[in-house]
Ligand binder design. Structure first.
Ligand code: R5P
Length: 267
């Protein structure tokens, strides 16, 4: 492994082998998602809990302080939107020069295995890995399912994760599911857990992250279940405890509850 690649990777995977990425990339296809109207403002209080921020270049330039002391994972695929014809119709939308200019510690791309755009998105990943390897930039592949929620099964996610790993992804981001250990076992590179829509129950989030880590994931890339929570800092702190401090879900949830209780009351 080249020094630059190893150095960038070590900034996004901590010495304990774990990672906590904050996903704030949703605007690239969802528009101004609730609580992500200003991604920089949403991200700022959470910086102290996470290891990296996953963001597209528009939000980075417009809303992130360049003096921030935290690695950027740049979202580099796009070309689709919630109101468009097909969410899977993505390509690489950022040049390699731009990735370097923005000082990306890593980049992220969505791959839609089993969709109409499977070939296009797998080849986009392969080309991105080639280009990024020339400059020592690790690539995180996202096993994207678009609106096809039924794809979140171990059988599908294991296949999609393996396909991404074989094209050279340094890290694969995929969903937690039943039999998640089989997804991890079949993927020769580290796996991070994706989030999904906000859950009703706060303990559920902490628990699925804990379970995923027990089954071999190295960390998370989570968004809505943190910054759409009533107490984003409490949830970020709780997840940091589970990821980096070997806390049990119960211990982490207690801290979440106490931070939530200490929040200033609205009105
Ligand atoms: C994935 O491709 C999305 O753009 C998000 O990065 C990912 O889904 C994680 O965010 P959330 O936890 O809100 O699902």
């Amino acid at each position: 492994m080249d020094w630059g690649f190893a150095n960038r990777l070590s900034r996004t995977i901590r010495p304990d082998g774990r990672c906590f990425y904050l996903a704030v990339d949703h605007g690239y296809f969802q528009g101004p998602t609730h609580r992500l109207e200003n991604p920089g403002k949403t991200t700022e209080p959470l910086m102290k809990y996470v290891d990296a921020v996953f963001m597209p270049r528009g939000s980075v330039r417009a809303t992130l302080n360049p003096q921030m002391d935290i690695p950027l994972i740049l979202r580099v695929s796009g070309g689709n939107s919630m109101v468009g014809e097909d969410l899977a119709n993505e390509e690489v939308s950022v040049s390699i020069r731009e990735m370097i200019r923005l000082n990306a510690a890593a980049v992220g791309i969505s791959v839609y295995v089993g969709s109409k755009y499977e070939h296009q998105t797998i080849m986009a990943l392969a080309k991105l890995v080639d280009d990024c390897t020339d400059y020592g930039i690790p690539v995180m592949a996202v096993t994207a399912v678009g609106r096809e929620e039924d794809k979140k099964s171990a059988r599908y996610l294991a296949l999609a994760s393996r396909v991404c790993a074989e094209q050279g992804a340094a890290v694969v981001k995929t969903y937690y599911c039943d039999d998640f250990d089989k997804v991890v076992a079949g993927c020769p590179v580290p796996v991070v857990i994706a989030g999904g829509p906000r859950t009703e129950n706060d303990l559920e989030v902490i628990q699925f992250v804990y379970d995923g880590l027990q089954q071999g994931a190295i960390g998370v890339n989570l968004g809505r279940n943190i910054w759409q929570n009533e107490c984003p800092e409490g949830m970020a702190r709780a997840l940091q405890m589970v990821i980096h401090e070997n806390a049990s879900p119960k211990e982490a949830f207690e801290v979440f509850e106490s931070m939530k209780a200490a929040m200033p009351k609205a009105g």
